[in-house]
Design a protein around this ligand. Structure first.
Ligand SMILES: [Ca+2]
Ligand SMILES: [Ca+2]
Ligand SMILES: [Ca+2]
Ligand SMILES: [Ca+2]
Length: 404
């Protein structure tokens, strides 16, 4: 014990020197920004599979991000949506043909197959598929190989990989459509907290963030758990769905103002804004035909045709309210990149890290980690022989501390 506290004192002396660089100085806590493997390493494997999460960890992601929905028997599983025809082979399975139905989810009519109509046992017979095979054809070659994982299986994976890699791997679960799941008697928060508790992951210093696009369920979670909570933000004109359901007029835009952020800081520890709320991008009409220009000539208007605009003050405003900023979603394909980056996804990470973001949700964690490590490189002091040999030790120690 004496030895440990001694080390901590020694370390703190050096930490100031080692973190004296532009990127870490601009983050809320002066720590390196974290890389969150968005749905795993979903640029390379069908999303929300153990294979996708494991690859993200192997690529150096600090956290992996499962989106959580419920089965009929109340088990939390990872799918981007409760409607699963885009991410599993369910539509090809005759035994489940009569499970196809139409429902209204958050005010939108959706036809397909829904996790809440399947028992875990039934769901486990399905195989995951690539959601956007036209853009991610390589990932689609893994179709049919993996199951839909439960939250517990994902936690087990992080524990196994933490032992294997010597890094503590975090989880960053998202509760999906909490108002909807409440309405069908399958509330998400209680089983989530029970699972965290059962795995001794329910304390403020555990490597867990819980995120949601809704507000009320985060406020409720704040009464159930000490793990940090993150308010996700959609476009400014959109309303959190629980606000729609309760008849409130408030939008994400209202939660973006300094006053709104102060309110969010009452229950949340961070915000997860769409990156365009930090670095806006707009289509252009240079040929003045009244239509947005198809800048890359692929016949459709996508992020590749939206030109970057002046950055907003959101990161500074959130930091002023004491909130971490973890922004989404960073993707390497040209289809998703603003033309300003000229096909080089590293430039986008460099830009957002220089603005002081505290973390990024990335479909390509290998690229995110490479840039993060490069731009967070500490100034190489101390330069004595002793100093040189202990620098990696203090880097390791600082990383450990950053993850607490
Ligand atoms: Ca998510
Ligand atoms: Ca609930
Ligand atoms: Ca035009
Ligand atoms: Ca285009």
């Amino acid at each position: 014990m004496i030895r440990l506290s001694h080390l901590a004192i020694l370390a703190s002396t050096f930490l100031t020197i080692l973190s004296a660089n532009q990127v870490t100085a601009a983050t809320l806590n002066g720590e390196e920004p974290i890389v969150i493997g968005h749905r795993g390493a979903s640029g390379y494997r069908p999303e929300h599979t153990l294979a996708s999460y494991e690859l993200a960890i192997d690529m150096g992601a600090d956290y992996i991000e499962p989106d959580l929905v419920s089965t009929k028997d109340g088990v939390l599983v990872a799918r981007h949506e409760n409607e699963i025809s885009e991410t599993t082979d369910v539509a090809t399975r005759p035994e489940f043909a009569d499970y196809q139905t139409t429902k209204t989810i958050d005010g939108v009519e959706v036809t397909g197959w829904f996790t809440e109509d399947f028992t875990l046992e039934e769901l486990k017979t399905l195989k995951a598929t690539e959601r956007i095979p036209d853009i991610r054809s390589e990932s689609a070659t893994y179709n049919g190989m993996y199951e839909v994982p439960t939250l517990q299986e994902i936690i087990d994976l992080t524990e196994q990989k933490s032992l294997e890699t010597g890094r503590t791997i975090g989880i960053y679960p998202e509760t999906k459509h909490p108002t909807y799941f409440d309405s069908i008697g399958l509330s998400l928060e209680e089983p989530l907290v029970a699972t965290l508790e059962a795995n001794d992951l329910n304390d403020a210093d555990d490597m867990v963030f819980v995120q949601s696009f809704e507000v009320g369920n985060l406020q409720y979670l704040n009464t159930l758990t000490d793990v940090p909570l993150v308010q996700l933000y959609d476009e400014a004109t959109v309303q959190p769905y629980d606000f729609v359901a309760s008849g409130s007029d408030l939008t994400y835009g209202d939660l973006l103002t300094p006053e709104g952020l102060t309110e969010v800081a009452e229950y949340a520890d961070g915000i997860g804004p769409w990156k365009r709320l930090i670095i806006p991008a707009e289509t252009v009409d240079l040929n003045e035909d009244g239509e947005p220009d198809d800048l890359n000539g692929d016949g459709e208007i996508s992020d590749a045709d939206r030109v970057l605009q002046d950055v907003t003050t959101l990161i500074d405003d959130a930091h002023a309210a004491g909130l971490l900023v973890h922004s989404y979603t960073f993707r390497s394909e040209d289809y998703f990149l603003a033309p300003d980056y000229e096909g080089n996804p590293e430039l986008e990470y460099e830009q957002i890290f220089a603005l002081g973001v505290d973390g990024v949700f990335s479909d390509n964690p290998d690229v995110a980690v490479a840039v993060r490590d490069r731009v967070s490189e500490p100034i190489p002091e101390p330069t004595t022989l002793l100093g040189l040999s202990i620098v990696p030790f203090f880097q390791w120690l600082r990383r450990r501390q950053a993850k607490r």
